[in-house]
Structure formats: structure tokens, C-alpha cells
Design a protein around this ligand. Structure first.
Ligand code: GLU
Length: 423
């Protein structure tokens, strides 16, 4: 990406970071912490920018830019995914690392938040080129990551193959096999059962709890899902299996709508590895139209800034479950809450992925592996507890669900920083 394009993406993401910082500040104020706690937690403690030279298939060398942000390591090592996307930016990675800290706090994992990203478009790269970028990134950030420092994982447009290359590169540098360096690996390399579906499973657990609060039965509920990647596609499958009617789905290029319910099995079968499927259809609608469809439950499972002050008044769902990171802006959260729509915020709803990543890391450290059923039972317990904590905090403190989630998420980190004598 040209430098000025990268700068404009970074400016675009400034709002995302600032909105996050505002909610962190309000959460700390509500909890009675002094301003210096916010001064520490408003930015990552560490941010590394790297330049990664990669030999491309045509013989040329291309230089990619990558980042790794570590938000706060008072509780334990930092943890979070690495995304490959043309619109990765420094501000985005910073915000994403703060969200990872909040997720870890909400589901009570012994981690702080981290996040990484590389500015690239994997849809336009070959297998070998992707391997080059993945290995180059690990070499570049090797000083600050590791199983007891900062543990990467998959995120937007990265998968278990990419995790395998990254683990192999790290293990080669370390000169011994080190599966606990990264999570989301293939099972044969120390991955965990249930990691692939974990984010969608976590969203499903939250969705069922939220539906109970609003007296909506899952059987026959009309569900719209924006995004058909790892989270969105598995969620469509689980909702379909539970008897809900998935009436809308989308990918980066468009959306599909059928008020009688889409043929989910067919769509799952035809999607490509990046979740693209709408290109096979003639009559599509836009992503904006999808969000405003008449439905009971709306699940943004794609990218940031989708529900804004411009369309929040037109959302017809009774419940919005955020499977993506940051899909609803600060202003839109206010509008939806005032309209009585129940929001299950990203830092809670999407915490299933990092929860099973934690299980994977524990299994790697112990060298003792769990069954799929053990993973799922533990995930369910953790998510239910997180949901109940956030919901109760919202009720008893009379705050919206996002602020409640931030209050639950930030507390442990603030306490740990205080005990360590940092503030
Ligand atoms: N990238 C995922 C997230 O945003 C998972 C992170 C992890 O497994 O560490 O929560």
C-alpha cells in the first residue's frame, strides 16, 4: 500500500481508538480509579512496527509493514491474533490490543491483550508468498513474543496453516519445538479440539442467553449475519442447526437475503477460504441494506464501524450480538441502547476464540490434551459466567452493556497494575 493510503487508513482508525479510550475512561471512573490508571491503560505499553522483505513469485522483493501491540502485561503474558488485511493500521492494532485485554478480563483468563497485523491482501497472494510474509513477521517480532511473553493467534484472514508456519519459524529460531508460542494451530501440531469453531460457539452461547432475556425463542428466530468468515459461517451453521431462520448473510462484496431462510448448507459448501460466496449469485443486496433488514437478531461478524449514527435508527433487530471487533460506534451504541435494543458487545460476545486459545496454551504447557467435549463444556462455563457478570453489572450499575463489559474487563488489569506498584 502506498504511504499516503496507509496514513489515511490510520487516520480513519483514529476514531476507533478514541472511542475505545473514552469507554475505558468511563469504566475506570465508574469503578472509582484515579486518572493515572487511565493514563497507563489508554495506550499499549509496547508497540513494534516492522518491515518485512518478501521474495515474491515473480522474483521481485516486496516490503510489507507489520505491527505488534502489547496493551498491558500486569496480569500475565499478552495474547491476541494477527490479521492480514490491506487496511491494517497502527491505530487499529492499538485498539484491538485494548479489546483483547478487556476480553481476557471478562472471561477471566491470566492474560493481558496483544494484537498484530500486516498490511497485505492474502486474496492476491500465493501460498508461498503468504508463507514468506508469515515467517518474516515472526523473525521480525521474535524479540518481544514467546510463550511466556506474548502469544499470537489467528484473526481476520489468517488461519491454522499460517499459525503452523509461524510456530515452525519460532521453533527453528529457538532450536526446540515450541507449540505454546502460538494458538490456533492445526491439531497435529498441538492445536486444540474446538478452536476452529470457538468464536462462533461463544457467540452462540451469548446469543441464546440474550434471547432468553428478550423472550425470543431460537427456534424460528430470524437471524441476520454480516460476514461469512470463521465466525460468521460457523455461526450460520449453528443457528441453522438450532432451528433459527438465517434470512441474511454477507461477505466483503455483497449480501444475500431470503425472508424464508437461506440454504445455509449450500452456502457453507460453496464459500471459499476467505468466506466469499455472494459472487455466485445474481440478485444480491448491499451490506448496508443487510444491516437494516427486518429481523430478530443481528450479528455483525465482519469488520469495524458498520453500525454508526447514520444507520443505528434504522436497525430493526431486537438484539445485536457483536461477533466482529468494533462493529458499532460509540454514538450508535447510545442510539441502540436508547431504542431498547439489547447489545452484546464484542469484548464479551467474541471472547470464545481467545478462551479456547487459552485452553490450547494450557494443553501445550502440560503436554496433556483434552477431548472436544471437555473443551466445549469448559468454554460454555466460562462464557456463561462472563455473560452473567456483564449483564448483572449493566442492571445493577444502570449502564449500557458496553460500559458494563468494559467495567468487568478492565478491573483485573487495573488491580494487577496497582499491586505491582506501577500506579
Ligand atoms: N483473534 C481472536 C480475537 O480477536 C482470537 C485471539 C486469540 O485466540 O488469542 O479474539
Amino acid at each position: 500500500m502506498a504511504d499516503n493510503a496507509a496514513e489515511s487508513t490510520n487516520n480513519k482508525h483514529r476514531d476507533v481508538l478514541e472511542s475505545t479510550q473514552r469507554v475505558v475512561q468511563s469504566a475506570l471512573q465508574k469503578l472509582g480509579y484515579p486518572e493515572e490508571v487511565y493514563e497507563l491503560l489508554k495506550e499499549p505499553v509496547r508497540l513494534m512496527t516492522v518491515r518485512i522483505p518478501v521474495r515474491m513469485d515473480d522474483g521481485s522483493t516486496k516490503i510489507f509493514t507489520g505491527y505488534r501491540a502489547q496493551h498491558n502485561d500486569a496480569v500475565g503474558p499478552t495474547k491476541g491474533g494477527v490479521r492480514f488485511h490491506p487496511e491494517v493500521s497502527e491505530n487499529e492494532v492499538k485498539a484491538l490490543s485494548i479489546w483483547m485485554s478487556l476480553k481476557a478480563g471478562i472471561v477471566d483468563l491470566p492474560y493481558g491483550g496483544g494484537k498484530g497485523g500486516i498490511i497485505c491482501d492474502p486474496r492476491e497472494m500465493s501460498f508461498r508468498e503468504l508463507e514468506g510474509v508469515s515467517r518474516g513477521y515472526v523473525r521480525a517480532i521474535s524479540q518481544i513474543v514467546g510463550p511466556t511473553k506474548d502469544i499470537p493467534a489467528p484473526d481476520v484472514m489468517t488461519n491454522s496453516q499460517i499459525m503452523a508456519w509461524m510456530m515452525d519459524e519460532y521453533s527453528r529460531m529457538d532450536e526446540f519445538n515450541n507449540p505454546g508460542f502460538i494458538t490456533g494451530k492445526p491439531i497435529v501440531l498441538g492445536g486444540s479440539h474446538g478452536r476452529e469453531t470457538a468464536t462462533a460457539k461463544g457467540v452462540t452461547i451469548c446469543l441464546k442467553e440474550a434471547a432468553k432475556k428478550r423472550d425470543i425463542s431460537i427456534e424460528g428466530a430470524r437471524v441476520v449475519i454480516q460476514g461469512f468468515g470463521n465466525a460468521g459461517s460457523y455461526l450460520a451453521k449453528f443457528m441453522h442447526e438450532a432451528g433459527a431462520k438465517v434470512i441474511g448473510i454477507s461477505d466483503a462484496y455483497g449480501a444475500l437475503h431470503d425472508p424464508d431462510g437461506l440454504d445455509i448448507d449450500y452456502l457453507l459448501d460453496r464459500r471459499d477460504s476467505f468466506g466469499t460466496v455472494t459472487n455466485l449469485f445474481k440478485s444480491t443486496i448491499s451490506n448496508q441494506e443487510l444491516l437494516e433488514l427486518d429481523c430478530d437478531i443481528l450479528v455483525p461478524a465482519a469488520v469495524e464501524n458498520q453500525i454508526t449514527k447514520d444507520n443505528a435508527h434504522n436497525i430493526k433487530a431486537q438484539i445485536v450480538i457483536e461477533a466482529a471487533n468494533g462493529p458499532t460506534t460509540f454514538e450508535a451504541t447510545k442510539i441502540l441502547t436508547e431504542r431498547g435494543i439489547l447489545i452484546v458487545p464484542d469484548v464479551l460476545a467474541s471472547a470464545g476464540g481467545v478462551t479456547v486459545s487459552y485452553f490450547e496454551w494450557v494443553q501445550n504447557n502440560q503436554g496433556f490434551y483434552w477431548t472436544e467435549q471437555e473443551v466445549e463444556e469448559r468454554l460454555e462455563k466460562v462464557m456463561l459466567k462472563g455473560f452473567q457478570n456483564v449483564y448483572q453489572t449493566a442492571q445493577t450499575r444502570r449502564v449500557d452493556m458496553r460500559l458494563a463489559a468494559y467495567m468487568v474487563g478492565v478491573r483485573k488489569m487495573a488491580e494487577a497494575s496497582r499491586f505491582r506498584g506501577w500506579i
